[in-house]
Design a protein around this ligand. Structure first.
Ligand SMILES: CC(=O)N[C@H]1[C@@H](OP(=O)(O)O)O[C@H](CO)[C@@H](O)[C@@H]1O
Ligand SMILES: [Mg+2]
Length: 538
């Protein structure tokens, strides 16, 4: 049945949250963060994505998620991404459908919907018995978010699928809720179930542990995002004897000079946070799916503990609990990183901890897919996005084992504390705090497990970033021909280090990453590589 076209579906009728008509003719593509751009360009996109999610939900007869957010991007941007039934990123062939649907011209859009409707019917093997499916939608604190949420609702209802608004949530809370709705053994869908599960696990894992080197005081930079009000709710259920938080950057300008991305890239304190020496600090990003830690050292400098150091901390804890529980060697434990992982973190996890490390392309879905092949898969991007996933085999073993074994019990609670569906700043923060207390560590103790190799990250604007192509793991550049060779010559001339370049999937830039003998040296190498990129992409 061909659908009549409504104005909200059309590129020509695209009307933004301020009421302005803003026709769009440029193509967009569903990338690692879904569709992300200026919020004013997005209403027709979100309407179509709402419809797409509704169709996907009907195809599977399950709950599908739609999240409206642009994470750490500026306030004027926004984005939309679809969450699949187990709380994971949208499957790849539907990313292709999403791109095709959004790029369809106004006179082609009915045909695309018809094609998808057909696909949905084919997918429903037992149509009469397949439940209809539904869509859960949540949004972040941006000015444009409520309006875009309403566009998603209209799109979803346009294809006749039930739409349930979960309102303002962090991105990981939406992923968690979608998973629970489809798999109630995982937990209770919705905000309250999430707080209940995490706080119970945290309180149980931390009670009666005497840790004189651990200081329960934490300063938290919320990036002026949704994490501020949501973490206050979660903290309200946590025993104040165990953790006390001083909140900063709760209601100001979203991501402006603060947040996990700012702290990670600049390796400096967020604005509005003046930490005394040695005080443990942490930053969320705008939608609270990234977390980094930092503190002021004895020289007054900002010391960063990023996703790599969080991964190493978690890997060490899990490994020692698995050993203490008597399960040594019975399960595949591994870490998954990207090329952006600091070289010394890889060496530490692989050579000192003897935990295998896999390197995959940038983007959560690649890390997640590699991690679920393991029994215990610890994955983190250096920017602070990551989690741990456990196989059913491992979960069964720890829940069926001797219930008097405290280490088995700890591992069980740990699986409840971590949000397995996706990297989650609030959950990861509670994980880090738990491990520090259990290890009786100060932030300096944690920082000392290895020293980061000096590194530098730059963005280069070029005419067409897609001319830059890399090998699968992104460590080598295959096009334009000659760029890799000249880059290697620069590294040799530099005497040490490494460098790679790749086109960003979320911004119109080529990213440069280098490691060198000192900060200055890494920076010099990065600038030289950036010049090469400009030369080859001119
Ligand atoms: C170097 C870096 O941090 N890249 C980020 C960034 O991707 P780019 O493709 O590099 O723009 O955004 C992604 C989505 O949030 C995130 O997964 C990834 O790690
Ligand atoms: Mg984010």
């Amino acid at each position: 049945m061909s659908k009549s076209i409504v104005k909200e579906l059309t590129r020509l009728g695209n009307t933004d949250h301020t009421g302005l008509l803003n026709p769009i003719d440029r193509p967009l593509s569903y990338g690692t963060a879904g569709f992300r751009c200026l919020a004013t360009d997005l209403p027709f996109v979100v309407f179509r994505v709402g419809a797409l999610a509704g169709l996907r939900a009907r195809q599977l007869g399950q709950c599908i998620g739609v999240m409206i957010t642009a994470s750490h991007n500026p306030m004027l941007d926004n984005g939309v991404k679809v969450v699949d039934p187990m709380g994971e990123m949208l499957v790849e062939d539907w990313e292709v459908h999403a791109t095709e649907f959004v790029n369809a011209k106004d006179d082609e859009v009915a045909a695309v919907i018809e094609k998808l409707e057909h696909l949905v019917k084919e997918g429903q093997l037992n149509a009469s018995e397949t439940p209809q499916g539904k869509v859960f939608c949540a949004f972040d604190t941006r000015d444009s978010s409520q309006y875009l949420h309403d566009a998603a609702k209209k799109g979803c209802e346009f294809v006749g699928t039930e739409f349930v608004s979960l309102g303002l949530l962090t991105t990981p809370q939406l992923h968690y809720s979608v998973r629970c709705e489809n798999d109630p053994t995982f937990g209770m869908a919705g905000e309250l179930g999430y707080y209940e599960s995490l706080s119970n696990a945290f309180n149980a894992l931390n009670k009666n542990i005497d840790a004189p080197n651990y200081d329960k005081m934490l300063v938290l930079d919320c990036a002026n995002g949704v994490g501020a009000s949501k973490f206050r709710k979660l903290l309200g259920r946590i025993d104040s004897e165990l953790l006390e938080v001083e909140f900063t950057n709760e209601t100001g300008s979203l991501n402006y000079k603060c947040g996990a991305d700012f702290v990670k890239i600049l390796r400096s304190f967020p604005e509005g946070l003046d930490a005394a020496m040695g005080v443990r600090c942490a930053s969320f990003d705008g939608d609270a799916d990234r977390l980094v830690y930092f503190y002021r050292d004895t020289n007054g400098f900002c010391r960063l503990l990023d996703g790599d150091k969080i991964a190493a901390l978690i890997a060490g804890f899990i490994q020692s609990e698995v050993d203490a529980a008597g399960l040594t060697g019975q399960f595949k434990i591994g870490a998954v990183q990207t090329a952006y992982a600091n070289g010394n973190s890889t060496a530490y996890i692989r050579d000192v901890m003897k935990i295998p490390v896999d390197c995959v392309p940038t983007g959560v879905k690649h890390l997640h897919h590699a991690a679920i092949k393991l029994d215990i898969g610890i994955y983190f991007e250096a920017n602070g996005h990551g989690t741990v996933v456990f196989s059913q085999l491992f979960k069964d073993a720890i829940s069926q084992g001797d219930q008097d074994n405290v280490h088995l019990k700890k591992l069980q609670l740990f699986t409840k504390l971590i949000n397995e569906t996706v990297g989650d700043a609030m959950s990861d923060l509670l994980v880090v705090e738990t491990i520090l207390r259990n290890n009786n560590w100060s932030v300096e103790d944690w920082d000392a497990i290895y020293e980061d190799a000096p590194s530098c990250q730059l963005k280069v604007e070029v005419k067409d970033r897609t001319v830059v192509k890399t090998t699968w793991d992104e460590t080598e550049c295959t096009h334009p021909a000659g760029l890799q060779k000249e880059m290697e010559e620069l590294i040799i001339a530099n005497g040490a280090g490494r460098a790679f370049v790749r086109p960003s999937g979320t911004e119109d830039v080529v990213r440069v990453y280098t490691e060198g003998t000192c900060e200055e040296n890494a920076k010099v190498l990065a600038n030289a590589v950036a010049h090469l990129v400009q030369k080859y992409c001119a």
